[in-house]
Design a protein around this ligand. Structure first.
Ligand code: NZQ
Ligand code: ZN
Length: 385
C-alpha cells in the first residue's frame, strides 16, 4: 500500500426528512443559487421541500441542466451567479446536476478561459464557491467527491476535472427521494457504483486488505441489493442501502493507497459523447471486454474477485476468470443494462470512432499500467459487439 493523505470534508445528512435541515448548513446571509435538472424534482416534491427549507434565504433558481451536463448550459449559470452576486450554490438532482454545479462553483471565480478547467483537468482551479447538494439519484458518488464530468456539446468532448475545492460542503441523502426514478436509472446507478468499485479494486495486488475487503463488501452489497430494488421498488430500506453503497463506492476511501484503473470510464465517456448512451450503459459495454483483454495483468485480482465475490473456487484459473467475467456481464444485464453494442444499435464503426476520439483527446495511455491504448480499447469493444 502506498502513502496517502485522506480528508473528505463533505458532511452527510442521511435519511428521510433531512432536507428540512439544509438551511442550518448555509450562512443566513448567503445569496443562494438553486440548480436543478429537467423537472423530476418538481414532479416528486423535492423542489417544494428544498424551497421550504430555504424560505429564510435569498434564492435564485437555475433549471434545465441536462444529463451529461453541457458546458454551454452551465456557462449561462455562471453568468447568473455573477449578475446576481451569488455566493452559495445548492445542487438538487443526480450526478449531472451536482457535477454541473461543481463546474459552476469553480468557473464563477476562475480567472481565464473556463474550458481550461476541463482541458487541464482541474489543476488550474484555485478556489470555488461553496455549495451543498440534495441527491436524488444514487450512482456517481459526486455527492461526496471532488470530481465532475462535463460535455462540450459543440465539439462532443466529454471531459472530467477534479479539485479539492469542489467537495460539497454538505449532501442530503434522502432515499425516499429515489422512489420516482425510472427503473432504467435505478439499474444504471447500481452498475455505475459497481464499476466505480471495480476501477479501484480490479488492478493488481497491493497488500491493502482493508481496501480490498471494503471493495468486496460494496460489490457483494450491490449484487444482493440491486435485484431487490427491482423486485421491490417501494422498499425504503433497500433504497437506503443502495444510496449509501453508491456514495461509499466513490468517496475516495476504497481508492486510497492502491493502484486505480479508470480505463473503462474513459472509453465509456467517448461512447456517451459520440452516441448519447447513458453513462452506466457505456460501462456495462466496456468493462467485461477490458477484464478479458487485460486478464494477464489483472490475473491475481481476477482470481480473488472470482472467489470472494462470486464464490468461484472450482476449475482452472482461466475457467474461473471466464466465469467471473460472465457473472459480471450477467449481473449488468439482470439490472436492465445491456452489455452489447448491438443492443444500442451500434456496430463496428462505433469502435473505430471511439478509438479515434481517444487518440484525438490524447487518452492513449489509460489503466493502472498506462498500457490501455486505443488499440486495446478496440480489442475490448470487439468482445461486446
Ligand atoms: O433532469 P431531471 O428531470 O432531474 O431527470 C433526471 C435525468 O433525466 C433523472 N432523475 C434524477 N433523479 C430523479 C430522476 N427522475 C425521477 N426521479 C428522481 N429522483 O435521471 C436522469 C439522469 O440523471 P443524471 O444526473 O444524468 O444521472 P447520474 O446521476 O447517473 O449522472 C450521470 C453523470 O455523472 C457523471 C456521468 O459521466 C454523467 O455525466 N459521472 C460523475 C462522476 C463523479 N462526479 O464522480 C463519476 C461517474 O463515473 C460519472 O462519470
Ligand atoms: Zn461512473
Amino acid at each position: 500500500m502506498n502513502n496517502f493523505e485522506y480528508l473528505n470534508p463533505t458532511r452527510i445528512l442521511f435519511g428521510a426528512g433531512q432536507i428540512a435541515s439544509v438551511a442550518n448548513h448555509i450562512p443566513p446571509t448567503a445569496r443562494v443559487l438553486m440548480l436543478f435538472g429537467g423537472g423530476s424534482i418538481k414532479a416528486n416534491g423535492t423542489y417544494d421541500e428544498v424551497k421550504a427549507a430555504l424560505a429564510g434565504h435569498f434564492v435564485v433558481e437555475f433549471g434545465g441542466i441536462e444529463p451529461n451536463p453541457h458546458y454551454e448550459t452551465l456557462m449561462r449559470a455562471v453568468e447568473l451567479v455573477k449578475s446576481e452576486k451569488i455566493d452559495f450554490l445548492v445542487a438538487v438532482g443526480g450526478g449531472s446536476v451536482i457535477d454541473g454545479s461543481k463546474f459552476v462553483a469553480a468557473a464563477a471565480v476562475f480567472d481565464g478561459e473556463p474550458w481550461d478547467i476541463l482541458a487541464k483537468g482541474g489543476k488550474v482551479v484555485q478556489g470555488a464557491l461553496p455549495f451543498g447538494a440534495v441527491l436524488t439519484l444514487p450512482a456517481t458518488g459526486s455527492e461526496m467527491n471532488s470530481a465532475s464530468v462535463i460535455t462540450r456539446a459543440a465539439t462532443r468532448e466529454k471531459r472530467a476535472f477534479a479539485s479539492p475545492h469542489v467537495y460539497p460542503q454538505f449532501s442530503v441523502l434522502d432515499p425516499s427521494k429515489t422512489f420516482t426514478l425510472p427503473l432504467r436509472q435505478v439499474g444504471n446507478g447500481v452498475v455505475d457504483a459497481f464499476v466505480h468499485v471495480m476501477e479501484q479494486y480490479m488492478t493488481y495486488p497491493a497488500d491493502a486488505p482493508v481496501q480490498d475487503r471494503f471493495a468486496e463488501g460494496l460489490l457483494l452489497t450491490l449484487i444482493e441489493q440491486g435485484p431487490r430494488v427491482l423486485a421491490a421498488p417501494e422498499d425504503l430500506s433497500v433504497r437506503a442501502n443502495i444510496m449509501w453503497t453508491a456514495t461509499m463506492a466513490l468517496n475516495g476511501l476504497i481508492g486510497v493507497g492502491v493502484p486505480q484503473d479508470w480505463s473503462t470510464h474513459m472509453i465509456g465517456h467517448e461512447l456517451t459523447a459520440l452516441y448519447g448512451l447513458d453513462h452506466a450503459q457505456t460501462l456495462a459495454v466496456v468493462l467485461p471486454g477490458i477484464l478479458s483483454v487485460k486478464r494477464e495483468a489483472k490475473r491475481g485480482k481476477l482470481l480473488q474477485y472470482a472467489e470472494r465475490v462470486w464464490g468461484l473456487r472450482e476449475g482452472s484459473e482461466d475457467a474461473r476468470i471466464d466465469a467471473a467475467i460472465e457473472r459480471t456481464r450477467a449481473f449488468f444485464e439482470q439490472m436492465g443494462v445491456p452489455t452489447q453494442l448491438s443492443s444500442y444499435q451500434l456496430d463496428a464503426s462505433a469502435i473505430d470512432a471511439v478509438a479515434s476520439a481517444l487518440e484525438a483527446g490524447g487518452l492513449v495511455k489509460l489503466g493502472e499500467h498506462r498500457d490501455v491504448t486505443p488499440s486495446v480499447a478496440r480489442a475490448a469493444l470487439q468482445l461486446s459487439l
